[in-house]
Design a protein around this ligand. Structure first.
Ligand code: URP
Ligand code: ZN
Ligand code: ZN
Ligand code: ZN
Length: 472
């Protein structure tokens, strides 16, 4: 067993930060000690002047993920997507699995575990996507079986009628079942009928260019869906996790629910904090780069989300990394240009798994909107707790997996797609200057990223069975 000692760094957790040495034996942290107190080690890493952060935990990615009724899929596979994650300092992802047409939900899950286990370079978990239960009697038994095998989160889509959307009866039934099984139900909260109706009216009026996606996905449709999901969760006694909160009104619904003492949690994403409708409010296919659901909203909305993060109304920052190309590589199904000039058919999703920690550190910590502890809590600790991975993941302490980022808080870096690793041809943060970036990344004690070099073979990442959510 290799022993590693990381010396001279400042260990940062959700509780605070302190100068300390970190001892790693094999895959685990075995001691966090006063500088100089940890004893000899086979390998020493000098981290003087650097932070030691828990490896990032991104509980919202979509790798090799089929969308729009299996007509296309995201451009990163489990290998390229987790390489990008690793370079960005994220050592755990939790991705999604939906029922494939010719397989049961349970079998679809086993196929994803197998694919991820062959290709991932960091550890990965999977959320189950609940199919419309009343149409698929077997899915219910499959969800229960998956819960008992360590799949402690299920996602329900309130959007995308005809492919993913579930009705209220399914939400009621599914959330009750989740409460019984100790599972955290997640919702994509947009009123799918309102969105579809608005989209149809825009198309009928000839407003089909990419930027009109934004008008189809109103703040009201998101706020209404969050309100309804909270009402259902409260009625059946279930906790609730709202993914990708984009609208200030949706965040206010969550704040109100939490103020009433409910176990209601919300995630937002870097694109809602840093990009804005004003960036793509012009006709032309380039706007497709920004299309995701819920949409990237007006710039004035951003400060409300930052405030919700600072006050605790929102609890995690995941990426919803769902990359597509603007161009069209030969070996991929139709990407963003699939239906140039016609927003309803542009694949929804944006990349971001590599940039997450850098852009949030910059806009959050460097620019003074959140402190360093809150940064770690939002991007590693709280997601690990809510999704049943803590304290194995999401912190630096004896017994935890040695997933550690040696972070240089003084490094100057300019974000570009060309300099990044995700399999896509753009980033929403092109040209953004950041201070602070990962220098070395350890995953279960292995140094997998060292500067610009990757030392990780496909398949070294492990599938994570997860405990019940820690809602404390
Ligand atoms: O636009 C998005 N968010 N695409 C990915 C699938 C989803 O809705 O989470
Ligand atoms: Zn979603
Ligand atoms: Zn128009
Ligand atoms: Zn998503």
């Amino acid at each position: 067993m290799t022993t590693t000692l990381i010396t001279g760094g400042t260990v940062v957790t959700a509780e605070g930060h302190t100068l300390a040495d970190v001892r790693i034996d094999g895959e685990r942290v075995t001691a966090v000690t006063a500088p100089g107190a940890a004893g000899p080690a086979a390998r020493a890493v000098d981290a003087t002047g650097h932070y030691l952060l828990p490896g990032g935990v991104d509980t919202h990615t979509h790798l090799e993920y089929p969308i729009d009724g299996f007509t296309t899929r995201t451009s990163d596979d489990f290998h390229t997507g987790t390489v990008a994650a690793a370079f960005g300092g994220t050592t755990t992802i939790v991705d999604f699995t939906k029922k494939e047409p010719d397989h049961s939900l349970y079998d679809s899950f086993q196929r994803r575990i197998e694919a991820g286990s062959r290709r991932c370079v960091v550890d990965f978990g999977l959320h189950a996507i609940a199919p419309p239960l009343e149409q698929q009697a077997d899915a219910l038994a499959d969800l229960r079986r998956l819960a008992r095998e360590g799949v402690s989160s299920w996602k329900f889509f309130m959007a995308y009628p005809g492919t993913q959307m579930v009705d209220d009866a399914t939400l009621i039934h599914g959330m009750r079942l989740a409460a019984d099984e100790g599972v955290l139900p997640m919702v994509h909260a947009e009123n799918g009928h309102l969105v579809a109706d608005a989209a149809r009216r825009l198309v009928d009026a000839g407003h089909t260019s990419e930027r009109h996606h934004h008008a189809a996905h109103s703040h009201i449709s998101e706020g209404e869906a969050v309100h309804r999901a909270v009402a259902i969760a409260e009625s059946v006694g279930s906790p609730l996790f709202t993914v990708h909160v984009s609208s200030r009104w949706a965040a206010e619904e969550i704040a109100a629910a939490r103020a009433r003492g409910l176990d209601v949690w919300g995630e937002t994403c870097p694109q809602y904090l840093l990009a804005a409708y004003e960036d793509y409010d012009h006709d032309g296919p380039e706007a497709a780069a920004y299309l995701c659901s819920p949409p990237i909203r007006e710039r004035a909305n951003q400060e409300h989300l930052w405030r919700a993060l600072a006050t605790g109304a929102l609890s995690t920052i995941g990426t919803d990394h769902a990359p597509f190309y603007l161009g069209q590589p030969d070996d991929l199904p139709p990407q963003k240009s699939r239906s140039t000039g016609y927003f309803p058919k542009v694949p929804n999703g944006v990349p971001g798994v590599e940039e997450r920690l850098m852009v949030i550190h910059q806009a959050g910590v460097v620019e003074g909107r959140i402190d360093l502890r809150r940064f770690v809590d939002l991007t590693a600790t709280r997601p690990a707790k809510l999704f049943g991975l803590y304290p194995r993941k999401g912190t630096i302490q004896a017994g935890a997996d040695a997933d550690i980022v040696v972070w240089d808080p003084a490094a100057e870096h300019t974000i570009t797609a060309a300099g990044a690793h995700s399999r896509t041809d753009y980033t929403l943060y092109e040209g953004m200057r950041v201070t602070g970036r990962p220098r070395k990344v350890f995953s279960r004690g292995e140094l997998i990223v060292d500067g610009d070099e990757l030392h990780a073979t496909p398949g070294r990442g492990r599938y994570l069975t997860r405990a019940a959510p820690d809602l404390a």
